[in-house]
Design a protein around this ligand. Structure first.
Ligand code: PA5
Length: 452
């Protein structure tokens, strides 16, 4: 099997000579701290050797559960938010037919995502869509108390029971949550749902290779064994014993810290040239944003889908403030084949492309963009992926996770907590008069009145 490849040449040229090498001791120190569990956030390191520790029996248990859901559901709603949502969506969208929701695919259930917003229209439209469907629910919440997910689960549990009867509903509702605590665990225990545990030592954004990601991915019909194999291969490629210059995770962590600190590049744009990777970038944004954005520090993770966004964001990227760099995920070989058609009238003047693979045109757009952006002062990190399949996506996932741990530690933050996420929740609960928030409620209402 091949491997994803990292090329930082067009990024390190923006740094002084030897700048990346200067990070070698810090990267080594970070890796040692991860291995020895001596870094901040060391109670959340369960992801570090997860790929090589997933057993065949556990994958079978997940697959059996997925098979039951697939056999009994036309649609499966994956209810979760943030780390309990984005990993599954990233993989499923990357591997699915782009028009899967429009095709009448009898072999695979439609996978829907909810519990990731409080949009009344969204939820009303979802429940209306499901009204005549045999549907199941995967309720994913580590804390079991997340409002967005809990609200969705309330709605869907009632609807599922109404449409299928309580006993039948039990067969198609699965909870992925804490081993003991939280509302999702309590509901699952009370009703007797099939459950999977989110390990205590794996934080949400690092949990895609736990049942949080694996069960929905298996439900969508994708090969979770191959995904885990890819991740395990990358775990070895990024091992602490791999020399700095051969270790992609250490290299990526080093160059991005160099770009941030030395070159003032405060924004990283994750770029793809395949729209199927849109949600992969969303997953990556959470991974890096939540891990590094703290203590007044951190690269802002952004994303663009090219060539689409070259027609909207291209101007800014080419000539705007020079605080950005790009990381491009490039898929070497498409899974389908399509030729640029000849046209007798040639009104658009594009017959010079006739007969070429569409991907060849895309690749030239990619190369042309890279040259233009580098010339315009935008460093370019290039990640080449042999093909869009489970194995290489597994590699990408682990590569970014390991690099994130190293990078956050080099930056000097705790990459495994997210204290800032609580601030909006506290205000929201105070505004909604949640019991226990009386003091906050009084204070926030007074503040709003004064500011009005
Ligand atoms: O990465 C994280 O920890 C968060 O994004 C959580 O996954 C997210 O807030 C959902 O939390 P929970 O799984 O407890 O519902």
């Amino acid at each position: 099997m091949e491997s994803i490849k990292l090329n930082i040449a067009k990024a390190s040229q923006f740094l002084k000579e030897g700048a990346v090498k200067e990070f070698e001791p810090k990267a080594a120190e970070a890796q040692k701290a991860l291995e020895e569990g001596t870094c901040p956030g060391n109670d959340f390191l369960g992801w570090l050797h997860l790929p090589t520790s997933i057993s065949a029996d556990f994958l079978k248990e997940l697959q059996d559960c997925a098979n039951t859901l697939r056999a009994n559901c036309e649609a499966i709603v994956v209810a979760g938010i943030g780390g309990s949502y984005l990993g599954a969506r990233a993989v499923i969208e990357a591997l699915s037919n782009s028009f899967t929701w429009l095709t009448n695919d009898k072999n695979n259930p439609t996978i829907l995502f909810a519990g990731n917003n409080i949009g009344e229209d969204y939820l009303a439209e979802l429940t209306a869509y499901l009204a005549d469907k045999k549907f199941g629910v995967i309720n994913i919440s580590k804390s079991g108390t997340t409002t967005e997910t809990a609200l969705t689960f309330r709605l869907l549990k009632k609807q599922c029971e109404k449409q299928r009867g309580k006993e039948e509903a039990k067969k198609v509702i699965v909870a992925i949550t804490d081993a003991k605590k939280g509302a999702a665990r309590a509901a699952a225990d009370k009703e007797g749902y099939k459950t999977f545990v989110i390990p205590d030592n794996v934080g949400g954004r690092f949990s895609v290779l736990t049942p949080v990601g694996l069960l929905p991915i298996a439900c969508a019909g994708f090969d979770i064994k191959k995904l885990v194999e890819g991740a395990a291969a990358m775990e070895k490629a990024c091992d602490i014993n791999v020399p700095f210059y051969e270790n992609p995770a250490a290299q990526y962590a080093a160059v991005r810290n160099g770009l941030y600190g030395e070159a003032g590049k405060k924004i990283e744009i994750m770029v793809n040239f395949q729209p199927k990777l849109h949600f992969f970038s969303e997953w990556w944004k959470q991974l890096y944003g939540e891990s590094e954005g703290k203590d007044g520090k951190g690269i802002f993770p952004a994303s663009c889908d090219f060539t689409t966004d070259l027609h909207s964001m291209g101007q800014w990227i080419q000539e705007g403030e020079r605080t950005i760099y790009e990381t491009v995920i490039s898929i070497e070989k498409p899974n389908k084949e399509l030729l640029f058609p000849n046209d007798e009238d040639n009104l658009d003047g594009l017959n010079f492309l006739a007969g070429k693979r569409v991907d060849e045109v895309n690749k030239m757009a990619e190369l042309g963009t890279k040259l233009a952006h580098v010339d315009g002062g935008v460093p370019n990190i290039h990640i080449s992926v042999p093909q869009l399949n489970e194995y290489y996506i597994g590699q990408l996932i682990y590569f970014f996770e390991k690099a994130c741990g190293i990078s956050g530690l080099i930056l000097g933050v705790n990459p495994f907590n997210q204290p800032g996420v609580e601030a909006y929740k506290k205000n929201m609960f105070a505004l909604l008069d949640k019991p226990g928030y009386e003091e906050d409620s009084k204070a926030i209402k007074q503040r709003i009145a004064e500011e009005a």
